[in-house]
Design a protein around this ligand. Structure first.
Ligand code: UD1
Length: 362
């Protein structure tokens, strides 16, 4: 039995092939959980699982290629496995894209979540860790934000996460059998210290860390810094970057804490420390020993000046605190990018595993 007494032992990870999901699979396997994954590979690759298993020294129980909105396919997964709890990462997450394709974001992020809740309820599984986002706070201004900060999303991605939180809160009020933990991440970054797992988005990266990494490795000529006229010390936007290993450790603790009782709780996951875009460039230059070319361009639609966590609540409740800093994130992201200049391409697939599908990276 994994974790504390009463902790779930078989965990379904939706979006388990993605950046945070794949690291979460390692963390859960390392702590004795049985891990089942569903993913549609819309921004990930099934080849990641051979690496997950190599690091963990254990097999993922099963992997299914499916769209989270497909209730029938999802239901078949619950029929086949004794799922105790779900960690729900599967979602579209590019802020810019969400402003161009709002319906697709609402459909997958909200429709996918309600489909999952429906199937979980049908199968008597009512323990969920939900991947939320600091973006629900929107343009909340300077200073660390605690969990009581009102929702003021500034783009459809953020709005979709805010709606999911409302759905989950209403569900927990209506039915006391549900136990839900919403984790509002600030900006997860970095990679597994082995260099085997990291962030490998399809196409041009939307997020700062994978973009900087690809500039450093020579795949892209220069970084575009989106805006230098923000009311911040160097004029570039400030975010609270959190190592992906710290992020997934918090999820493992959350799984244990689902047993504390019914209802919904919400926690920020951040370091409580802000870094500007130029701070990240400088830290990455130190980690890589390179000079990274960049140009300043206009602001990106939907961006805000500053988002920094007040991360006190989760520390008080669970005694959990991040232990890695920006230098660790840059070092690990750079190691992954150096060892895998083209991401997971060329990684052998797991032999004899057909359920997981081919995915766009074949
Ligand atoms: C956003 C969400 C966050 C979500 C994450 C997932 C907001 C406010 N935040 O983070 O909740 O978890 O997406 O994808 O909606 N930047 C550049 N050049 C680039 C890329 C980024 O200058 O090429 C800048 C951005 O303008 C921003 C910072 O770097 O100021 C971080 O950007 P990014 O990594 O995309 O994350 P967020 O937009 O903060």
């Amino acid at each position: 039995m994994a974790g504390r007494k009463g902790s779930p032992s078989t965990v379904l990870v939706t979006g388990g092939a993605g950046f945070i999901g794949s690291h979460a699979c390692v963390e859960l396997l390392d702590h004795g959980y049985e891990v089942i994954v569903v993913d549609d590979y819309s921004n990930s690759c099934p080849r990641v699982f051979s690496r997950v298993e190599r690091i963990a020294g254990r097999f993922v129980g099963a992997v299914y290629e499916l769209d989270i909105r497909d209730r029938r396919a999802l239901s078949a997964v619950f029929d086949r496995h004794p799922v105790d709890a779900v960690v729900h990462f599967a979602a579209h997450k590019a802020v810019g894209e969400s402003t161009r394709m709002p319906a697709a974001y609402y459909d997958t992020n909200i429709g996918g979540t309600t489909a999952l809740l429906h199937v979980m309820d049908e199968h008597g599984v009512r323990r969920l860790v939900f991947s939320s986002s600091c973006s629900v706070y929107g343009d909340a201004g300077e200073g660390p934000l605690d969990e009581s900060t009102p929702h003021r999303p500034t783009n459809p991605y953020a709005a979709s996460k805010a709606v999911c939180e409302t759905v989950l809160a209403d569900l927990c009020r209506a039915d006391r059998r549900w136990s839900v933990l919403c984790l509002r991440y600030f900006n997860p970054a970095g990679a597994h210290p082995s260099g085997l797992l990291g962030e490998d988005p399809h196409g041009t990266p939307d997020n700062l860390f994978p973009y900087v990494s690809q500039v450093a490795v020579g795949r892209r000529p220069r970084l575009r810094v989106f805006g230098s006229d923000y009311p911040t010390p160097d004029g570039t936007a400030i975010r609270d970057y959190l190592h992906v290993m710290d992020t997934v450790e918090a999820h493992r603790v959350a799984l244990d804490r689902l047993a504390d009782g019914p209802g919904m709780k919400v926690f920020n996951l951040g370091r409580g420390s802000g870094s500007s875009v130029l701070d990240v460039v400088a830290a990455f230059e130190r980690a890589s020993g390179l000079t990274l070319p960049y140009e300043i361009t206009g602001r990106r639609a939907g961006d805000v000046a500053e988002l920094v966590a007040d991360a006190g609540a989760v520390a008080r409740a669970w005694g959990w605190r991040p232990v890695r800093d920006l230098a660790d994130m840059c070092r690990d992201a750079w190691r992954f990018q150096q060892l895998n200049p083209h991401g997971y391409q060329g990684t052998p697939r797991r032999p004899g595993r057909h359920d997981e599908g081919a995915g766009p990276c074949g």
